[in-house]
Design a binder for this molecule. Structure first.
Ligand SMILES: [Zn+2]
Ligand SMILES: [Zn+2]
Length: 429
């Protein structure tokens, strides 16, 4: 029986309310005991003194691009990047080519993920057939194939009647509907947030209202049906306020924010660098402040990357031609530590809850805790190391990041999936 002992780490498990220095023993791919000592020569010992031992991180919003856009990312490279970022589980978004709207495509993704053997992959399947927004996908069959949630991300579920029926169907399986909240007529051909900066730069803007209006519609439909709504990549102050009020009156709504939305503002677009072009766009400072306030008061449940790889050829076009989106797996944890924990916005347990137990609960997956008997998915974090983001070293196939050259504090050092060490950062790496 192989066993692994993680010694003297500060174990933080928000699900159990645990935060103390202890020895954690892993046996048979599961968490076996605390305050344990090495049993014998067959026990591998990892010294975690000065390190944080967390439940394996979960990213519930990752674009893996395969099938169909393997020039940007593959399941193999995306899951490898996830490990390097400290993630033991990710949920992938179905806007592939073909989209993940059949049992066969779900099975394909799961088999490729198993073959890659990196992190756990959970599949989010399409709400509508072919992501066309016309007809509901075969929700029941997709659940049977393993889909954990439903989304047409890349685009919103536009038709309100379709959205209503999606809530009703998904409710039968207790699955959430994840929406990219955007009203097309308001977003038009915008390339950045509509505000003073877009006005000065003469670039077409996407107003905050494009997001606010759709969030309100979705909340109304979730409230009417009793369905489970998850707003993806929230970015506006009014949208957050609507979610906050809906939660107070018991609507089943959750939300996530990306590291770029709590870190950067539309001022970045003055560089005309397409690595600042994403959807929703980087907003003004009042919206960034609202995201941080939402993280603090719990309105925002999860931190998710919206990892959106695009090859250099595509991303290095003029701002109006370049696709929306940035990679995020390999910088997320460093940004959470540097921008949320270090300045005192969030303490470690609160920040980790948004990257472990909370996304696990939203997706209904049996992950996100280090309780005895749980799957031994563990992320060992060096909270003090300073490092500089070098996109050339990314394991992702794409390097479209706005954080190249940034100095960050803290990152994953060792990542354990199902009791096996899947990633170990080389010293000086
Ligand atoms: Zn989206
Ligand atoms: Zn997305």
């Amino acid at each position: 029986m192989s066993s692994l002992l993680i010694r003297n780490g500060r174990v933080i498990d928000p699900q159990q309310g645990m935060d103390r220095v202890t020895n954690l023993l892993i046996q048979d791919q599961r968490v076996a005991a605390y305050d344990a000592e090495a049993g014998g020569p067959e026990t591998t010992v990892l010294d975690a003194a000065g390190k944080i031992v967390a439940p394996g991180l979960i990213d519930m919003h990752v674009h893996l691009r395969q099938p169909g856009r393997e020039e940007d990312e593959t399941i193999e490279t995306g899951t490898s990047a996830a490990l390097a970022g400290g993630f033991t589980s990710i949920a992938c978004i179905p806007n592939t080519d073909p989209p993940i709207d059949t049992q066969g495509t779900v099975a394909f993704v799961l088999s490729q993920a198993a073959r890659a053997g990196n992190c756990n992959v959970f599949v989010i399947a399409c709400v509508s057939k072919d992501r066309a927004g016309k007809e509901l996908a075969e929700i029941g069959q997709l659940v049977e194939a393993g889909a954990v949630a439903f989304s047409d991300d890349g685009a919103p579920v536009y038709d309100a009647e379709l959205m209503r029926r999606a809530f009703e169907y998904c409710l039968m399986f207790d699955k959430p509907v994840l929406n990219h909240a955007e009203v097309r007529e308001l977003a038009q051909k915008g390339v950045m947030h509509e505000g003073l900066v877009s006005l000065v730069l003469g670039l077409p803007g996407i107003p905050a209202a494009a997001e606010d209006v759709m969030i309100s519609r979705d909340i109304s439909l979730a409230e009417a049906t009793g369905g489970r709504l998850h707003i993806m990549h929230v970015s506006t102050a009014a949208g957050l306020d609507a979610i906050r009020r809906a939660k107070r009156r018991g609507v089943r709504v959750t939300t996530e924010v990306t590291p770029h939305h709590f870190t950067l503002t539309d001022e970045c677009l003055r560089s005309f660098d397409s690595n600042y072009k994403m959807n929703p766009p980087l907003r003004g400072p009042e919206h960034v402040a609202a995201c941080i306030a939402g993280l603090i008061d719990g309105t925002i449940d999860a931190i998710a990357t919206d990892h959106a790889p695009h090859s250099k050829e595509k991303k290095m076009q003029e701002l109006d031609q370049a696709p929306f989106g940035v990679v995020g797996l390999e910088t997320a944890l460093g940004l959470v530590i540097t921008k949320l924990i270090e300045p005192g916005h969030l303490d470690w347990p609160t920040a980790l809850a948004k990257m472990t137990v909370n996304p696990a609960r939203i997706l209904g997956i049996d992950k996100g805790t280090l309780a005895i008997g749980a799957d031994a998915d563990v992320t060992i974090i060096d909270p003090a190391v300073r490092w500089v983001v070098n996109p050339a070293e990314f394991r992702s196939k794409s390097s479209n990041t706005p954080f190249g050259g940034w100095e960050l504090k803290g990152r994953a050092e060792t990542v354990i999936v199902g009791g096996k060490v899947k990633f170990q950062r080389a010293s000086g790496d």
